[in-house]
Structure formats: C-alpha cells, structure tokens
Write a protein that binds this ligand. Structure first.
Ligand SMILES: CC(=O)[C@@H](O)[C@H](O)COP(=O)(O)O
Length: 276
C-alpha cells in the first residue's frame, strides 16, 4: 500500500490517525481541492497549504497549452508536494474524455483520473451513460477512475461493475455553491455502498456543507469554487479543513438519535420546589 503523508501545513488531530484510502493509497486529508479560478498562483499555493490537502485536481485543458504558464503551474504543484488528480473537466463525449485521460496520464504520470463527462450545459450534470462507458474503457486500460456522478444507485452499481473503486456523487451543480441538494439520496448512497470510498464532489459552497457531508459518513469532499472565489481564499481553505475535521470527528463520536418530541435535558428528579 502506498502512503502519502499530509503536507503538514495544518495541524490535524485526525491526520494520520484516520486516513482515507483511494485505490490502495492512503491520504491523511479528507479535503480534495481544485486548482482553477484563483486570483493568483501565489494565493492558490497558499490556499493549498492552508487546506492541508494532499490531493489537488488539475484540468488537462489548463496544462495542454504547453505554454510557459502551464509549466510554472506544474512546478508550483510539484513544489507543494501534493498528489495530482488530473480531471477531464469540460469533456462532453466518451471519446473526448478518454483521449483527455490518456493525455493526462502521460503528462502527470499517474493512473488516477477524475472522470467528468458533462451531459447538460445549465446544470453541468454528468452524462451518466457516457460516464459508465468511459469508465469501463479507462478501467480496462489500467486507469484508476474517480467518476463525477449523481447519487443514482443504479448508475453507481454500473460504475462499480465498470471497475470504479471510488464514487464521487455531486452535492449540487458545479460552481453553484448550493451545498447538498439531496441529502436523502446521498444518505441512501452511503448506506448502499458501505465499503466504497465516497467523495462529495461539486456544488459545496460553505464549510457547513462539507461538515454535513462528513456527518453523513462520506469519506472526503472535493471542492474548488467555494475556496477560489471566496473574498479570502486562504482563510476559506482553512475553514473547510476545520469543518471537514469537525464533521468527521462528529461522525466518529457516534451522534445522538434524533427524536420528534422534546426530552428535558435537565433532570427533573429531586429539583427544588418553589412557591409552596
Ligand atoms: C475542479 C473540479 O474538479 C470541479 O469540476 C469540481 O467538480 C468542483 O466543483 P465546485 O467548483 O462546485 O466545487
């Protein structure tokens, strides 16, 4: 089993003690961070450090210019010592996604790929038919696929049959910041696949959304816009790191059962009687 240690840029009570595993690689941080749309490369680097993330996603489109900017970006990522999860962001067909993944494997020298096959422009929701087909082709070709999917259980089963060992259902449409649109669906998915690493990917807008994903039992959260577009991306990255730890810690602490009726939290036995 490979292991990558936390980049040690935040102190974590959980880091190391409660790692998550993707395709046999253990990672300490449960926050996966996107690298697009930051105000500057320096702020991106500082945000990654503040997040404590061990894994960042990088779109091949950004790199494919092969321009100087692409090279300096790549150097920045290398200097941070984080693992790269290349993504096929923006691909709309199976062919485009497969070709992009193949190029990403050459460029980043990793079998990992975050597979996006976008099916609809307004919501950027995945084309789940194309996604399953592309996942099958790539898994057969030795890729370790992280599919961006919906919370549909049937699609999830098909992705697993296609070779996926991780599933990444959306919280809400990419870039919307709406949080978890369908907590019921996400909870069902968690219950249905207890042994599969599940990552909420996309649509997360606030640290509380990420904490909720962890409280639902999700293994990790992938997000980009909420940090990149915050007024203070570095501070927001730190806030997400803490929220994810808090949500995970809360889950592990075995939360109380909810109930419909009130139950006095202060004991009533033996209380003082007044006015008699
Ligand atoms: C960077 C990346 O992979 C995005 O496609 C991802 O899905 C994040 O979405 P948000 O920007 O909504 O966090």
């Amino acid at each position: 089993m490979d292991a990558i240690t936390s980049n040690n840029l935040t102190t974590s009570t959980l880091a190391g003690a409660d790692p998550v595993e993707f395709y046999g690689t253990q990672v300490a941080s449960r926050l996966l961070l996107g690298t697009a749309q930051y105000p500057s490369p320096a702020i991106l680097a500082e945000a990654i450090r503040a997040s404590g993330s061990d894994i960042v996603t990088v779109s091949l489109r950004r790199e494919s210019g092969a321009a100087k900017a692409g090279q300096s970006f790549w150097q920045l990522i290398r200097d941070l010592g984080v693992k790269v999860l290349p993504n096929t962001a923006g691909c709309k067909t199976v062919k485009e996604a497969v070709t992009t993944a193949e190029m990403a494997r050459d460029l980043f020298d990793t079998p990992w790929v975050k597979l996006e096959v976008i099916g609809e422009d307004d919501t950027l929701q995945p084309d789940v038919f194309g996604l399953v087909e592309a996942a099958r082709i790539l898994s057969r070709d030795g890729f370790q696929v992280f599919p961006y999917t919906t919370e549909d259980l049937v699609v999830a089963e098909k992705l697993i049959s296609a070779g996926c060992e991780v599933l990444m259902p959306w919280g809400a449409p990419i870039g919307s910041g709406r949080g978890l649109n369908n907590p019921y669906g996400l909870r069902s998915m968690r219950a249905h696949f207890p042994g599969i690493p599940l990552v909420v990917d996309a649509g997360v807008g606030l640290p509380s959304h990420a904490a909720m994903a962890m409280e639902l039992g999700y293994d990790a959260v992938l997000l980009n816009t909420a940090v990149a577009k915050a007024g203070d991306p570095v501070r927001m990255a730190r806030a997400f790191a803490r929220a994810i730890e808090a949500g995970r810690e809360g889950l592990l602490a075995d939360p109380m059962e909810t109930r419909d009726m009130a139950a006095p939290s202060t004991p009533v036995m033996g209380r003082a009687a007044f006015g008699q």
